[in-house]
Design a protein around this ligand. Sequence first.
Ligand code: BG6
Length: 502
Amino acid sequence: MTRQIRKKASMAQIIPVSTFDGVVFGATGDLTLRKLMPALYRRLRDGQIPPDSRLIGAARSDLSSEDYANTVLEHLRKHIKGDEWQEETVSQFRSMLHYRHVDGKSGDGFEALATLLDEQPDRIRVYYMATAPALYGDTCENLEKAGLVTEQSRVVLEKPIGQDLDSSRAINDAVGKIFAERQIYRIDHFLGKETVQNLIALRFANSIFERLWNADNIDHVQITVSETVGVEERAGYYDGSGAMRDMIQNHLLQLLCVLAMEPPVSLEADGLRDEKLKVLRALKPLAEHEVALSTVRGQYGKGAIQGRAVNSYVDEVGHPTTTETFVALKAEVRSWRWAGVPFYMRTGKRLPQKVSEVVIQFKHVPYSIFPSDSTELQANRLVIRLQPDEGMRLVTMQKDPGPGGLRLRPARLNISFEEAFGMRYPDAYERLLMDTVRGNPSLFMRRDEVEAAWIWSDPILEAWRNSTEGPRMYPAGSWGPTASIALIERDGRTWHEDWQDP
Ligand code: BG6
């Protein structure tokens, strides 16, 4: 059986996309060099990108195409390891790289960009905005003025789109004046993760789970996305954003949507997005007085991560700041399916481990027939590891073997995706970048979804702004402020912390 599964997995299909021109605004930034370029290299190496496609970096630095290619390759070396690095592919990749010096705001340099792009007027064009969101509108307008917006063009917008509902509307309006909604791809790279898509498979391709997936059977849900990294060279962006806008408003809410949505009519783009939108709209708004009870924000101080001493957030950004690097909160979805089931979410930088995990905590059996000294009867728990050690564990109660009466012991049903499928998981950006070329928007956020997520997040941000208390400090390397533990323990529950459990 396992062999059959392996055989199928190794036959993962690489369907080449059409030849395209990709233009990345913000071409010298962290996202482009650390994520987008390595993802494009890998897709070229697997034969998915036709080598006559062009990858055009666009930014304000005055660089030649040669300089830019050197910079990209220097970074590629850090991210592409072992036999993934193939000299022939690297030189092919290099020959696809171009650079144009442009200013998205003033429009300087767009003519030179147009001269290059107009060599191939009918090609699919993907304009990727890896810049500050405040520049999206002007950049799109300048693209149009330079005659660069064709039927075959799409624009990709990085999150967070705006700082709040109003600024997000303004950006969406500005971009929407130039591009039709079907040409706009709002990326949330969590949706491109294989394990997040697998949540859809788990829920809707298995009859056993979906029947239990409701308030009758589930006590609560936990979503944890923890990181060991600090903000380092991203401080400029991060300090104006914080964990709420950087992670909760998009990644964690999108995970919540996939976990909580009703079965979509189909996997067509709007099928999924309609259902996700309903979840966002069903989120119970938090009134100002509830924010203090249902949310905790924190900021890391000095500490140690895996034995290495690290600086405080304030030291990293270089000035006093109340930006939160940690958020824990309790959300509720007002629907028949989820009435009374809390969704606890937490995310933070400089936590002890990098892990993204979902825990579905089932309810206890209604009545225990086992003597109370036969070990504590634990409720079933489904732990889904999105990264790393991708897999799933279902904690069940079993008879402890041997004499001595009917004693119970927790034991788990365990699937390691690596053992089951034995293949590298492509980075989320690989899949999503190819979807933009293919013109498949299903794993991208629609405008109404982004706005619904802001409608729920804004009052929390507002209450924090109005509060006289700043974020609570936590030492780097801990699981966040103790108040985040109190948040869940007040409800008689605890955060799941050990993948090795039970
Ligand atoms: C990004 C955030 O969207 O996601 C980062 O801006 C965060 O702050 C990153 O580190 C986490 O993504 P991943 O794929 O490493 O879990």
